[in-house]
Design a protein around this ligand. Structure first.
Ligand code: PLP
Length: 428
């Protein structure tokens, strides 16, 4: 089918995520025919470097040959889908063991989900139910950071701190108190406020949830590892579960495998998604033995939760292969050099008149060009970058890269050059 026919059908019927549809209908969308390595290719054969790993998923690039082979192997074996309802299978069992082996210490139990929001949702339910049925029934609230994003289900969205996203759902979900983000020189203020809140409300608080080191959807806002260590200490002192949402930051996005590694701490519960299986919707929530123990005993104490496709064999086989590729291709070590390229490029971008602020961490670089999520400058940079061969979906007026860890140094240099030129074209 040619481009215009696809677009006509799409515009007649497809309702796009996170998209103002009137604006979209007037726009000229990319029509992707292939995704391979660090590249997206459209139906007319034009190629674009995938600047955000297709919504932060493709840390291994697209169609990694080992993942393609895994899908074929799994199909040939004849085990593509079956449930985990009183049954099990080798991919789910072995994957759980492999995840526990590399997770922060103390996370010993793996609950499978089928997306990042689901991983957060089940983390909340674990924390709430554990307290409710083990002598602390008033612990039903949560603390989250201003500007937080933890997904789109009602429970996950009620933790969110981005007004445009939560305007409608408001506080339908659970009670959540939002506390300030530790801005570069407001670290003490944020910490004091959380400490005060917990002093007064620890008996009503089940969990503190964090996007460790970087709040992604808020515009790649980076904060200090010391803050994570302080939160860990507070959570211990007040007996509150520390939930670590690594859906974006996991799998080496910020440098080490998990962003909490920057702080040398371990959470009580950890949420995974996105890069987890690289191709299929799948994720997991890892929990400590203490959390798991809180559900032992009679039937009414069970965690009555589970999505239909959780722990499916094809996804689990892919997720195992993802871990094997990280190990064998030494992706974490090899990304260090690439992080330096990103850091240097964004330092250059900082010099462009009109750029408000830049920052980088691991395989992330970001520049603020204006004000806020509904701004237009980011999208003008998107258009410039598209003409130059890169896909650079902005977060409002924050322009950023979060490329595959497997991107070659040449491709990365090319991508960063396009970002710089595009920002210059718009601002000067
Ligand atoms: C994307 C994201 C989620 C939600 O994941 P979905 O798979 O879109 O449901 C949750 N938390 C963080 C930090 C994310 O970046």
């Amino acid at each position: 089918m040619i481009r215009d026919e696809i677009v006509a059908r799409d515009k007649a019927h497809v309702w796009h995520p996170y998209t103002a549809m009137d604006e979209y209908t007037a726009s000229d969308p990319l029509v992707i025919a292939r995704a391979q390595g660090s590249w997206l290719e459209d139906v007319d054969g034009r190629r674009y470097l995938d600047g955000n790993s297709s919504w932060w998923v493709a840390t291994l690039g697209h169609a990694h040959p080992r993942l393609v082979a895994t899908m074929q192997r799994q199909a040939e074996q004849g085990l593509l889908h079956c449930s985990l309802a009183g049954t099990t299978h080798e991919p789910a069992a072995r994957l759980a063991e492999e995840l526990v082996a590399i997770a922060p210490p103390g996370l010993t139990r793996v609950f499978y989900t089928d997306n990042g929001s689901g991983s957060v949702e089940v983390a909340l339910r674990m924390a709430l139910q554990m307290y409710v049925q083990n002598g602390a029934p008033k612990k039903r609230g949560a603390l989250a950071l201003e500007g937080a994003f933890h997904g789109d289900t009602l429970g996950a969205a009620s933790l969110g701190g981005l007004d445009v996203f939560r305007r409608v759902v408001g506080d339908i979900g659970l009670t959540c108190v939002r506390v300030p983000v530790p801005a570069p020189n407001a670290h003490a203020r944020a910490f004091d406020m959380i400490a005060r809140l917990l002093r007064d409300k620890a008996d009503e608080t089940a969990a503190i949830i964090i996007e460790p080191m970087v709040q992604a959807a808020a515009g790649m806002r980076i904060y200090d590892a010391a803050f994570l260590r302080e939160l860990r200490a507070l959570a211990d002192r007040h007996d509150v579960m520390l939930i670590d949402d690594e859906v974006f930051t996991g799998y080496g996005r910020t440098g080490p495998m998990w962003a909490v590694n920057h702080a040398g701490i371990a959470p009580d519960i950890m949420c995974l998604g996105k890069a987890f299986s690289s191709i299929l919707p799948m994720g997991a929530t890892l929990a400590s033995e203490r959390v798991f123990d809180g559900f032992r005993g009679s039937k009414d104490r069970a965690l009555y939760y589970g999505h239909t496709f959780c722990g499916h064999p094809l996804g689990a086989a892919l997720a195992r292969e993802v871990l094997a590729i990280y190990r064998e291709e030494k992706l974490i070590e090899r990304s260090k050099e690439k992080s330096l390229l990103i850091e240097r490029a964004f330092a250059r971008i900082a010099e462009i008149p009109g750029v408000a602020r830049v920052r980088s961490l691991g395989m992330i670089g970001a520049a603020d060009l204006g004000e806020g999520y509904l701004g237009k400058i980011g999208w003008r940079v998107y258009d410039e970058a598209r003409r130059r061969g890169a896909y650079l979906r902005p977060l409002g007026d924050t322009v950023y890269v979060a490329p595959p860890l497997t991107i070659s140094n040449d491709e990365l240099t090319q991508l960063l050059g396009i970002v710089e030129e595009s920002v210059r074209a718009v601002l000067t």
